[in-house]
Design a protein around this ligand. Structure first.
Ligand SMILES: [Cu+2]
Length: 116
């Protein structure tokens, strides 16, 4: 009985530590592979962690393969958002963020802008 109790305690102590605060993308507008209308749009990425906004960036890859670093809109500390005027064709929103735990994560959200 006592031995079983000790084993249970030992099992508890080897549970993984709480997940670190790497920034993980929780929600994006547009969503992955979404179709958007052409024109002015606000692109928004929400993360699970506070970000160092000064060291985080959004880059828009346009249909002509040009890459534009977007100016971030002020907002809450777990969101990156920016405005862009979109033309028809395939796009990729590339993000790189520094979480407050000092770790960088990055990823891409591809989407398509439909002709009007
Ligand atoms: Cu981390």
């Amino acid at each position: 009985m006592q031995r079983r109790h000790l084993l249970a305690l030992a099992a508890l102590t080897v549970l993984p530590a709480p997940a670190s605060a790497h920034a993980i993308l929780m929600q994006s507008i547009p969503r992955h592979a979404a179709r958007l209308a052409a024109g002015a749009q606000t692109l928004t990425l929400r993360f699970n962690s506070r970000l160092d906004l000064a060291r985080s960036r959004l880059t828009l890859l346009r249909p002509d393969k040009s890459a534009e670093i977007l100016t971030l809109l002020p907002g809450s500390e777990d969101v990156l958002s920016a405005s862009a005027t979109l033309t028809p064709g395939p796009h990729t929103l590339r993000w790189q963020v520094l979480a407050i735990d000092g770790h960088i994560t990055r990823g891409e959200v591809p989407f398509t802008v439909a002709a009007a």
